[in-house]
Design a protein around this ligand. Structure first.
Ligand code: TRH
Length: 379
């Protein structure tokens, strides 16, 4: 039987989140579920950052089991797939919509939405939206944190690979060796820092410098780097740079291909993450994490931040939950990140256990499986 075909459309707005989610989903559908997947991307340069073997100059290429196509205008005449995923309401090409409408067996058209922990998501998940003029229906598919949502992207072997890494001291040693930071000192804390520009960065760095334990901060090249460089009096920096002051050392890391980022989250004790996909990966790492949400107009992102905080902290004791709330707030436009950091350090062990429990509970709701079930029901 020929494998089912799937087209995923991705319009890169900025950063790596849109293409990050699409690329992860595309690989999963192709490699774990045997679909023939085409990923249409309008910005191949962003894609190359996540998959360095790709060539931004090529219109069509195959990477890791997925056909990667440049989303060109005008759009080429192609036969639509049985499953069509429009990521984040990116507006499919008119010619492609017309071809879907003309097909004998109408494709299942799904709009994959942004992730939110807000309660309203449950009521909108899987809602149909009939096309005003054509015999087509688009369905809204919401990722989320409850069983009434589409769940989260989780590769089949991810948690087993993570646990094998946790159990393998040699693999961990080799990992740190490769990053050029060597074995841990007694009491040392290792933290990854992936974020946007943030006024709280200098105060956090000063807090780490003055800590009574050594801190190693692993900083991938990106939007937080200029502020950290300025803190150390440098105009700029590249991967490999090492700064040291007081108890703190900062190692600048290259931006690695997407599959390799997880190991950093597994290896560190606490992870600072941002946006959507890295935030989910930090949750799969099962370690305490600090989320810098993608900022939106009118501060609407703060409601999303609060929604995830509420779910994440629901089963935590009050002091530990308050400590998480204080640090997430301070990291997202609030103040006194120094005091908030001390709070999280005080409850570090409780939070480490909670991170592990949280990832186990979330793993029961798998987005790719839910999406395929829905596709087969509707088709
Ligand atoms: O890059 P982002 O800020 O993307 C954002 C958000 O998703 C936001 O919600 C969305 O609205 C906006 O884009 C348009 O953050 P995010 O989602 O964490 O994506 C980063 C991706 O980069 C993720 O897939 C992990 C990956 N990554 C690597 O592949 N290598 C690396 O070294 C690092 C640090 C990240």
């Amino acid at each position: 039987m020929p494998s089912e075909r799937c087209d995923i459309f991705c319009n890169v707005i900025d950063n790596y989140g849109d293409i990050g989610v699409c690329w992860r989903l595309a690989r999963q559908l192709a490699n774990e579920h045997g679909l023939q997947v085409r990923l249409w991307v309008d910005d191949l340069a962003s894609f190359v950052a996540l998959c360095p073997e790709a060539d931004a100059a090529r219109d069509v290429q195959h990477c890791r089991g997925v056909e990667i196509c440049r989303w060109l205008a005008p759009f080429p005449r192609v036969e639509p797939a049985a499953l069509v995923i429009e990521a984040f309401a990116c507006n499919l090409p008119e010619a492609y919509i017309a071809a879907m409408a003309a097909a004998g067996q109408k494709p299942v058209w799904i709009n994959l939405e942004y992730l939110s922990a807000e309660a309203w998501v449950e009521g909108c998940h899987k809602l149909p939206s009939p096309h005003p003029a054509l015999p087509l229906t688009k369905y809204f598919f919401f990722p989320g944190f409850t069983v009434k949502t589409g769940g989260l992207l989780l590769e089949k072997s991810l948690l087993a690979r993570r646990d094998a890494f946790f159990a393998d001291a040699i693999a961990q040693q080799n990992y740190w060796q490769d990053l050029g930071v060597g074995p841990r000192l007694p009491g040392e804390l290792r933290v990854s820092l992936f974020g946007y520009e943030n006024p709280a960065i200098p105060e956090l760095l000063r807090t780490w410098e003055a800590a009574d334990y050594p801190v190693t901060c692993l900083l991938p090249v990106g939007r937080s780097l200029p502020q950290v460089a300025a803190h150390f009096g440098a105009a700029t920096a590249t991967a490999g740079t090492l700064w040291q002051r007081g108890q703190l050392r900062v190692r600048v890391l290259p931006f690695v291909e997407q599959e390799k980022y997880d190991a950093l989250l597994w290896a560190c004790d606490i992870n600072f993450v941002r946006g959507e996909d890295s935030c989910v990966r930090a949750q799969w790492a099962g370690k305490p994490f600090v989320w810098q949400i993608y900022p939106q107009h009118d501060q609407v992102h703060l409601e999303k931040l609060e929604a995830l905080r509420g779910r994440y902290c629901k089963d935590l004791s009050e002091p530990a939950g308050n400590a998480v709330a204080a640090l997430w707030q301070a990291w997202n436009g609030g103040d006194d990140v120094a005091a908030a950091w001390q709070g999280v350090m005080r409850d570090r062990e409780v939070l480490a256990q909670h991170g592990a429990d949280w990832s186990r509970a979330l793993s029961r709701n798998n987005l790719a499986l839910n999406l395929l079930d829905f596709f087969r029901q509707v088709a």
